[in-house]
Design a protein around this ligand. Structure first.
Ligand SMILES: Nc1ncnc2c1ncn2[C@@H]1O[C@H](COP(=O)(O)OP(=O)(O)OP(=O)(O)O)[C@@H](O)[C@H]1O
Ligand SMILES: O=C(O)C1=C[C@@H](O)[C@@H](O)[C@H](O)C1
Length: 278
């Protein structure tokens, strides 16, 4: 049977690299994976970025079969298609892990608890070395929606709540930032400042997002000017997402079009918050 899995994107409220606790807001950008166990070769296609590395996708398929206690078939076809640009800080790898695992489990008609599937995806990302902490915060934001705060050292959810509907605009430059070569030592020095944002995120996630973005941008040498322009023009929160270079902006529902006119910012990706999914 052919299996089709779907997951979504997320933007950062707190980057987990400094203190191990991270937070995200789920957004509506979508990733789809279609898995077909057939033939004699194992082929991966990433439609939105064909030259990207396929190792993580292969690991997801192998780990899904291991988790099901089944032998991986000799041949299969996997195609992933995503609205999320890769390696910009927009949780593309987490979303892809979730969608790929869902597609394989569905193809084999195998039931797995949602959070167990998310944890399996996080371990695939670790194995593929595309993450620093495992990014359980990102993976939960992508699959569960709403606002999540997680402890990535234990892969546990500390907080999960709906935040209502907002427009989300994203500035996603052409350059990619990979997980190798990040200033991890400098980022870890932000640990106590980052811990203070955890309580703030529960009551004012947009302010936490703004503060986090300023902190991460300063230490990583990423340009946060777009976020400051967005805030001057009425964004409720704005900042570098993940390790960048993308900048996410949260706006009142229905304000995106006027915001673009007011701010003069162009070439933004348009999305919205995604409500809590059980
Ligand atoms: N849509 C996708 N399909 C298949 N593999 C993907 C996809 N997105 C990411 N990957 C895998 O993850 C790697 C990129 O991981 P990286 O962590 O840099 O991206 P990201 O998840 O977009 O970034 P961030 O964690 O900062 O949000 C790619 O080289 C590829 O192996
Ligand atoms: O690779 C990681 O561990 C992470 C990547 C970024 O998206 C961060 O925002 C996230 O909190 C942790």
């Amino acid at each position: 049977m052919i299996g089709k899995g779907t997951s979504y994107g997320a933007v950062s409220v707190i980057n987990a690299m400094p203190c191990g606790i991270g937070s995200t807001i789920g957004i509506t950008l979508r990733t789809t994976a279609v898995f077909n166990p057939c033939g004699q070769t194992r082929d991966v296609g990433i439609s939105n970025d064909p030259s990207e590395n396929k190792e993580m996708a292969r690991i997801c398929v192998a780990e899904a079969y291991k988790a099901m206690g089944m032998e991986e078939p000799e041949g299969w076809l996997l195609n992933i298609s995503s609205e999320i640009p890769i390696s910009r800080g927009l949780k593309s790898s987490s979303s892809a892990c979730n969608a790929i695992l869902s597609s394989v489990l569905l193809a084999e008609r195998f039931d797995m608890e949602k959070v167990d599937k998310i944890r399996l995806g996080v371990n695939c990302a670790r194995k593929a070395k595309v993450t620093v902490t495992g990014a359980f915060d990102d993976a939960c934001g992508c699959d569960l929606g709403g606002l999540v705060i997680t402890d990535n050292r234990k892969d546990t959810i500390l907080f999960h709540e709906d935040i209502g509907e907002y427009d989300v605009l994203i500035y996603s430059p052409k350059n990619k930032i990979k997980k190798t070569g990040l200033p991890l030592e400098e980022l870890r020095k932000l640990s106590s400042r980052s811990e203070k944002l955890v309580e703030l995120a529960k009551t004012d996630p947009f302010k936490a997002m703004t503060e986090n973005g300023r902190m991460i941008a300063a230490v990583s040498g990423i340009d946060n000017t777009i976020a400051e322009i967005a805030l001057e023009n009425g964004a409720l929160g704005a900042g570098v997402s993940g390790s960048g270079p993308a900048v996410a902006m949260i706006l009142e529902k229905g304000d995106a079009e006027n915001f673009v006119e007011r701010s003069g910012l162009i070439g933004l990706i348009s999305s919205g918050t995604r409500g809590v999914q059980e």
